[in-house]
Design a protein around this ligand. Structure first.
Ligand SMILES: NC(=O)c1ccc[n+]([C@@H]2O[C@H](COP(=O)([O-])OP(=O)(O)OC[C@H]3O[C@@H](n4cnc5c(N)ncnc54)[C@H](OP(=O)(O)O)[C@@H]3O)[C@@H](O)[C@H]2O)c1
Length: 314
């Protein structure tokens, strides 16, 4: 495993992080998979050198993380979890934040969280998050119950990173979780210059979703882009839009190419990968450790998707 420093937090983190949410939720979204399999996936990731684990109040995987890490010295792990936003008319949102943290600590079986995030802050939530929730987050940090404050964007609603662009100017966060992939690299212009300037740690989500793991979804998405005029018809093979990546680089699969794309982006600290499949986990961690894709292929990707800020690949 390779390690890096998560911005000014100083935390030493593996460049591959395990996402315990996402479409698979460690396999728990699929009824045939058990909690024991999910625990085994986390242990597998740790055995492969991953020390960064990301979960959330809403994922239902906090107790699974707790089971998997029992007995491991706490300082060998960097734990990230998230608080669902209380409603903006909640009578006491600050207590709700403190209560959520206590619940997470109990479920995970730890007495502190390394990075505690406000979960999925959309542009419409930002003023509420800043004015009503951040005082409680700062108090938890002062009390030592959380080490650093993070935010995750609502990427599906806000694929151009409006919330982060605004909030990063106000210096609220130690760490941010950002949607960034080869289909929507707009964070390169809209987010990373600011995080790098201010030493804010960056966790990358959405490196691989449906369009980059299901060929039929990719074809559909590119056909829609051609109809919209966002992709020139003669610039892309609509039957195999990213086939050139597998021909012109040494990547064996599109998910591999997609993870390598993210891992080598200056400004990305940790690439998150979530799965219910142990073989995928092994492949994805290996992909994140491989060298950058060939320059000519990166340039072609930039010509095709570099200007798009509305895709999620979901
Ligand atoms: N706003 C937020 O706070 C937010 C939103 C989304 C995600 N997150 C966090 O970020 C983490 C990463 O999220 P993500 O959006 O990037 O999704 P993800 O959780 O990494 O899920 C990736 C998806 O791609 C599939 N996949 C993975 N590897 C594959 C491979 N090698 N071949 C084919 N299919 C593969 C997985 O299915 P299989 O199970 O079949 O492998 C899964 O459905 C999440 O787990 C979560 O912790 C946070």
């Amino acid at each position: 495993m390779d390690f890096t420093t998560l911005g000014k937090t100083g935390l030493k983190v593996s460049i591959a992080g395990l996402g315990c949410g996402g479409p698979s939720r460690l396999g728990l979204r699929n009824d045939s998979q058990s909690a024991d399999n999910a625990v085994a996936l986390i242990k597998q990731a740790i055995d492969l050198g991953v020390n960064f684990l990301d979960t959330a109040q809403t994922y239902g995987t906090e107790p699974i993380v707790g089971k998997a890490i029992a007995g491991i010295p706490r300082d060998q792990l960097v734990l990230s979890t998230k608080k669902t936003l209380p409603a903006d008319d909640h009578p006491d949102p600050e207590s709700e934040i403190a209560k959520g943290l206590e619940q997470s600590l109990k479920l995970i079986g730890t007495d502190y969280i390394d990075v505690y995030h406000l979960h999925g802050v959309e542009p419409k939530d930002y003023a509420f998050a800043k004015n009503r929730l951040m005082p409680a987050m700062r108090r938890l940090k002062e009390q030592g119950k959380i080490r650093f404050i993070g935010v995750t964007e609502g990427f599906v609603i806000d694929p151009a990173h409006t919330m982060l662009q605004k909030s990063l100017q106000e210096g609220l966060w130690d760490v941010v979780m950002v949607g960034f992939s080869l289909l929507n690299p707009s964070a390169r212009k809209n987010v990373f210059p600011m995080t790098q300037k201010n030493g804010v740690g960056v966790l990358d989500m959405f490196a691989v979703r449906r369009a980059l793991s299901q060929p039929s979804r990719l074809k559909e998405m590119c056909a829609e882009l051609v109809v919209k005029g966002a992709l020139a018809k003669d610039s892309v093979d609509v039957n195999d839009p990213l086939g050139f990546l597998l021909k012109d680089t040494d990547a064996a699969t599109l998910p591999e190419a997609a993870y390598r794309f993210c891992r080598h982006e200056p400004g990305v600290d940790v690439v998150l990968t979530g799965t219910g499949n142990p073989a995928h986990l092994k492949e994805n961690i290996a992909a994140i450790l491989k060298p950058a894709l060939a320059k000519a292929s990166l340039e072609k990707l930039d010509r095709l998707f570099g200007g798009l800020d509305f895709l999620t690949g979901n």
